[in-house]
Design a protein around this ligand. Structure first.
Ligand code: HEC
Length: 127
């Protein structure tokens, strides 16, 4: 009877240990993709987006004045309230009849997510 209980406890410990190891492995695998990296995103943004959207994301980049459709000001509630999915879709496919073209093919999914993370950071910092 005592032995039985002893094994029962040990089994639980072993199962828990395996569970924790698995959880740690799953965590490790995810860490490569998430969370998006705003530091890498800054480089992507400065290279590809800043000319239109501006250094602070206010839609006032050096090229903005020449555009008939003004670039989005990410600080506006209109953009701020949109979900990440919605904005990522815009970055991926672009906006029809506007200078905002699709970035799919030019930027990887990770780069697009990183750029969005940087945009969110800009807005959060209120710059
Ligand atoms: C040639 C100028 C230009 C460049 C370069 C550009 N954009 Fe845009 N972007 C625009 C314009 C114009 C709009 C707004 C279209 C509209 O008002 O419907 C826009 C809209 C957006 C939106 C949607 C905002 C919203 O509220 O729906 C996102 C997100 C965005 N751009 C991200 C990016 C990212 C990320 C990059 C760089 C990878 C980038 N843009 C590069 C011109 C540009």
């Amino acid at each position: 009877m005592w032995t039985c209980t002893f094994f029962g406890v040990r089994d639980v410990v072993v199962i828990t240990a395996v569970g924790l190891t698995l959880a740690a492995m799953v965590d490790g695998a995810c860490a490569q993709e998430f969370p998006p990296d705003a530091v890498k995103g800054k480089a992507v943004y400065e290279r590809h987006c800043l000319a239109c959207h501006g250094a602070g994301g206010h839609g006032d980049g050096p090229d903005a004045a020449r555009l008939t459709v003004p670039p989005a000001n990410f600080h506006r509630f209109k953009s701020f309230l949109k979900s990440d999915e919605e904005l990522l879709r815009t970055i991926e496919h672009g906006v029809v009849f506007s200078p905002m073209h699709a970035w799919q093919g030019q930027l990887t999914e990770t780069e697009r997510q990183d750029a969005l993370a940087y945009i969110r950071l800009l807005v959060q910092q209120g710059k």
